[in-house]
Design a protein around this ligand. Structure first.
Ligand SMILES: NC(=O)c1ccc[n+]([C@@H]2O[C@H](COP(=O)([O-])OP(=O)(O)OC[C@H]3O[C@@H](n4cnc5c(N)ncnc54)[C@H](OP(=O)(O)O)[C@@H]3O)[C@@H](O)[C@H]2O)c1
Length: 242
């Protein structure tokens, strides 16, 4: 990996992430919120319905490394259906790294799914490790090996309410949202994104795959570029709310 902005030169992911401590920036009423997304050159979020197909090895390492810096990892129901998540912190050395930084061994998995039509046979639910909180409109808890808590809303599930609940009830100081495009859109629309990690992969797909942000924004949202790295031909941009 090489750093392009600031201070160009060779670098590695671990030292890049070492100084990144989002859990020190919790707000009173919500956690610090970072979003990590990967985009094609034409702004698309997936190939053949999955974002995994877009990511290089460097991008996967970047995502797994980022997870070591957050109390919780949050996704929407569409992402859970497409990507079938497993244990969030699957590598023992990454659990160790979290503990050294004063974080719980496992990150809390957070899913927003109004209809609760989720793949409960996916490893996240069957593996038995960690904990999952699902914000939903349903109130029938699924049977799972991994402990799952439902937080039931009547009607609209507002992202700001979800974040407030995570801060207040779960003590979450920093949350990493891994998409997808609809959830990302809601967070941007609510002015709730503090950091944005965007991987730009050098491929154009065209077609009708979703864009990385699918939402009507009340106004344009502006971010400031604070870092740019390169590995395997991917650009790893880091933006902060302007
Ligand atoms: N490029 C990337 O970085 C990236 C990242 C993640 C995902 N993806 C791709 O994006 C695609 C999925 O897109 P998506 O936009 O459907 O993903 P998404 O944002 O993860 O999921 C949208 C779904 O989340 C639930 N949801 C989100 N906000 C809600 C709210 N406020 N209230 C109630 N339910 C809410 C709903 O699920 P229910 O239908 O369950 O109610 C909704 O259908 C997949 O192809 C995936 O591979 C790409």
């Amino acid at each position: 990996m090489r750093r392009l902005i600031p201070d160009p030169g060779p670098t590695d992911l671990e030292s890049e992430l070492e100084a990144y401590r989002p859990f020190e920036h919790a707000l009173e009423d919500r956690p610090w919120v970072a979003v990590n997304m990967i985009t094609t050159l034409d702004g698309r979020a997936s190939i053949s319905g999955r974002s995994k197909e877009l990511g290089s090895e460097a991008d996967t390492e970047h995502l797994l490394g980022l997870r070591t810096r957050f109390d919780a990892v949050m996704i929407g129901g569409g992402t859970m259906r497409a990507e079938r998540y497993g244990r969030i912190i699957s590598r023992p050395e990454f659990r160790q790294r979290r503990q050294s930084a004063g974080l719980e061994e496992d990150a809390l998995a957070v899913i927003i799914s109004g209809d609760l039509d989720l793949p409960f046979d996916a490893p996240l639910f069957t593996d038995g490790n960690g904990r999952v909180v699902i914000f939903t409109r349903k109130n029938q808890a699924p049977e799972t090996e991994t402990p799952v808590e439902l937080v039931t809303f009547d009607g609209l599930i507002d992202s700001a309410d979800v974040l407030a609940h995570l801060r207040r009830e779960e003590g979450v100081r920093a949350v990493l949202c891994e998409g997808g495009p609809h959830l990302f859109g809601q967070l941007v629309a609510g002015d709730l994104v503090d950091d944005l990690f965007l991987t730009i992969t050098p491929v154009a797909t065209g077609g009708d795959a979703p864009r990385i942000l699918e939402s009507n924004l009340p106004e344009e949202a502006r971010f400031e570029l604070v870092g740019l790295n390169e590995a395997d031909g991917d650009l790893f941009a880091r933006y902060r709310r302007a």
